[in-house]
Design a protein around this ligand. Structure first.
Ligand SMILES: [Zn+2]
Length: 131
């Protein structure tokens, strides 16, 4: 497994735009249907907006109707999950394994083959088209 990235809050603030910083470093959530990545249907990789690690393949992206980019599986060992009990709900938080940035949550109501729905903030991702 690759080495984790550690940066100070000031460094992150300098590198990220305000929405990226809010989502990745402060566990924020972008408004639904606000990310241009919702409608991204090209073939390619979705990378972490914080550290650039590849997190999701476009093959696993699907339209969930939730208003956030959704995937049924992450790339192997790309993300970490933990229980999140904030906002009076029990959810599973998804973070980037490399930089610890908050990406979104995973829910057990996704399509086959995994049955999982990785509900991601578009602001936490960067799309790179594969040509
Ligand atoms: Zn990252």
């Amino acid at each position: 497994m690759s080495q984790k990235i550690e940066k100070t809050e000031t460094e992150w603030q300098k590198e990220l735009d305000p929405l990226q910083h809010h989502v990745l470093r402060q566990h924020g959530t972008e408004r639904p249907f606000s990310s241009p990545l919702n409608n991204e249907k090209r073939t390619g990789l979705f990378r972490c907006a914080g550290c650039g690690e590849p997190l999701f393949d476009s093959k696993t992206k699907y339209e969930s109707g939730s208003g956030w980019p959704s995937f049924w599986a992450p790339l192997e060992q790309a993300v970490e999950t933990m229980t999140d009990t904030s906002h009076g709900m029990v959810r599973t938080e998804v973070t980037c394994a490399k930089c610890g940035g908050h990406l979104g949550h995973v829910f057990p109501d996704g399509p086959r083959p995994t049955g999982e729905r990785y509900c991601m903030n578009g602001a936490a991702l960067k799309f790179e088209e594969k040509k």
